[in-house]
Design a protein around this ligand. Structure first.
Ligand code: FRU
Length: 530
């Protein structure tokens, strides 16, 4: 071989070697499992952008009100332990219902009992007479739970108490004449939610008892008169009714107004355990009259604020600005809330949601969407446009953006008779499955392989399902993903499913699973950072 030829050929093979080394490296990168970060637990599970207590136990949201640019959130809290215990009201404030600041505990148990769930109102006209010069009183009504009385086997251990604040919710004074409503001999008698009935210039309090909602009215928030009850033979009754909310809502796109009664119950929810149903109708100042179609539904009732297993005891903000109806729930379920695998803190709130009331063929339904304030926190956006989804297509991965602090949106036009299945997964094989089975007209979430599931038999014993209410041939999906939760908003929030999960590593890929490829349109993802 001539010298030049030899040099050329050596150079060529070196280049080839270099190229093939690079290819091999690329190939290896492609096929190598994604790096496994150390197994996560406890603090590692603390959400990126959902509210959690600083430490120890939390359940229901309580007493939410808005005043002078600040949203207040109180919550059932046991500050001395990581399971349910003697209840206090924890407190947090926010400018936008997304980023929360912890505040000192607002209400401590006293001689009347623990401080159970309740509500707070901004008493702008000082109807209570509790205001001081220039200071609007905030009046909280809550349930006293007398644990001693309960132990003694009495029926009258729950009463309603009042506390007020003259410094916009910072500090609270318990009313001297507590309790303001004594127990009439009903075992479950709790969770007062107070609403202003402008038409009749009166306050209306809704309480929950074992299987009913009770309405009381008052002119001054202190003296209450029983007016009526609602619930027998209507709606789901698999358990105890708790945490009601009666509110007036405008029907979207009309000047019509309706009264809506939100009513949680436990157990007996659509997918078992705790859940929140609602009824639409009218309130005449004394009695709630459901729409006639609601009356005929009985146990077949499928009016749920959220069909997932983890949105309980949610209620709306008092005095919300711009006529908005703003809601937040506790993202857990009494079936397993006390044993979810975190230790130093326990429980998360849902993302705050805006509720709207829509009418279609004489049927009124609540639709919910995540509050638009979330968009303030977008730090990265990906627009993948139209994507062909085949079996195992990676639609998004952590190479694009985080999948633990993210909002994903996409659409499917011209629905085919197939099961649209999606999967969130990580390198160690944990996976959360969810989707829409069009032949069954059913949405679902299956968390049976999502990581830590064996802390409770009920946590993942069967997939959760939700009926599709929309009949459109076009599906819109919005997904809110945090480290340990998924909130699915289908058909612009007509059907919602929220669930928690505990993967051993964070999820790294969002994939499609199907034996019939389908088209996804407008696939977009936004990464959030508070
Ligand atoms: C609902 C509930 C309420 C009660 C509170 C006690 O989750 O049981 O009825 O007031 O929790 O923490």
């Amino acid at each position: 071989m001539r010298r030049e030829t030899l040099i050329v050929s050596m150079l060529m093979s070196a280049t080839l070697l270099f190229v093939s080394c690079k290819d091999a490296q690329k190939e290896a990168e492609k096929t190598a499992p994604r790096e496994v970060t150390s197994v996560i637990e406890d603090q590692g599970y603390r959400p990126n952008f959902h509210f959690t207590p600083n430490q120890n136990w939390m359940n229901d949201p309580n007493g939410m009100f808005y005043l002078d640019g600040t949203y207040h959130l109180f919550y059932q809290h046991y500050p001395n332990g990581n399971t349910w215990g003697p209840m206090h009201w924890g407190h947090a404030t926010s400018k936008d219902m997304v980023k929360w600041e912890h505040q000192p505990i607002a209400l401590y148990p006293d001689q009347h009992g623990y401080i159970f769930s309740g509500s707070a109102v901004v008493d702008k006209n000082n109807t209570s007479g509790l205001g001081a010069a220039g200071q609007v009183p905030i009046v909280a009504l809550y349930t006293y739970h007398n644990a001693e009385g309960e132990k003694q086997g009495r029926n009258d251990f729950q009463t309603q108490g009042l506390a007020y604040s003259l410094d916009s919710g910072k500090t609270w004074v318990k009313y001297k004449g507590n309790p303001v409503i004594k127990n009439p001999g009903i075992r479950d008698f709790r969770d007062p939610k107070v609403t202003w009935d402008a038409e009749r210039s009166q306050w209306v309090m809704t309480l929950s008892t074992y299987e009913k909602s009770l309405f009381y009215t008052s002119k001054n928030l202190i003296d209450w008169t029983f007016s009526s009850e609602f619930g027998e033979g209507i709606g789901a009754h698999g358990g105890v009714w708790e945490c009601p909310d009666l509110l007036k809502m405008k029907v979207e796109g009309t000047s019509e107004e309706k009264w809506v009664l939100i009513q949680s119950l436990n157990p007996g929810a659509y997918n078992g355990g705790s859940g929140t149903q609602y009824f639409v109708g009218d309130f005449d100042g004394k009695t709630f009259h459901p729409e006639s179609y609601v009356e005929t539904l009985g146990e077949k009732h499928d009016f749920w604020i959220d069909f997932g297993k983890d949105n309980y005891a949610g209620v709306t903000w008092n005095n919300a600005p711009d006529g908005r109806t703003l809601f937040i729930g506790w993202m857990s379920n009494w079936e397993y809330a006390n044993v979810v695998p975190t230790e130093t803190w326990r429980s998360t709130s849902t993302i705050a949601r805006e509720l709207k009331l829509l009418e279609n063929n004489g049927v009124y339904r609540i639709v919910s969407t995540p509050v638009q304030e979330l968009s303030k926190y977008v730090t990265k956006s990906i627009n993948k446009g139209a994507v062909e989804a085949t079996n195992g297509t990676t639609l998004l991965s952590v190479d694009d953006l985080s999948l633990s602090s993210t909002v994903i949106n996409f659409e499917i036009a011209n629905l085919k008779n197939i099961d649209y299945k999606f999967l969130l997964t990580n390198a160690i094989g944990d996976s959360l499955v969810f989707g829409y089975d069009h032949p069954k007209k059913q949405f679902y979430i299956d968390r049976s392989k999502s990581g830590r599931v064996d802390f409770s038999e009920q946590f993942a014993s069967k997939p959760s399902v939700a009926p599709r209410i929309s009949t459109a041939n076009h599906l819109e999906v919005s997904i809110i993903l945090d480290k340990t939760s998924i909130e699915l908003f289908f058909d612009d929030g007509t059907t919602v499913m929220s669930e928690i999960f505990f993967p051993k590593n964070l999820f790294q890929e969002f994939n499609s699973i199907t034996n019939q490829p389908f088209q996804i349109q407008n696939l977009k993802a936004n990464q959030l950072k508070l």
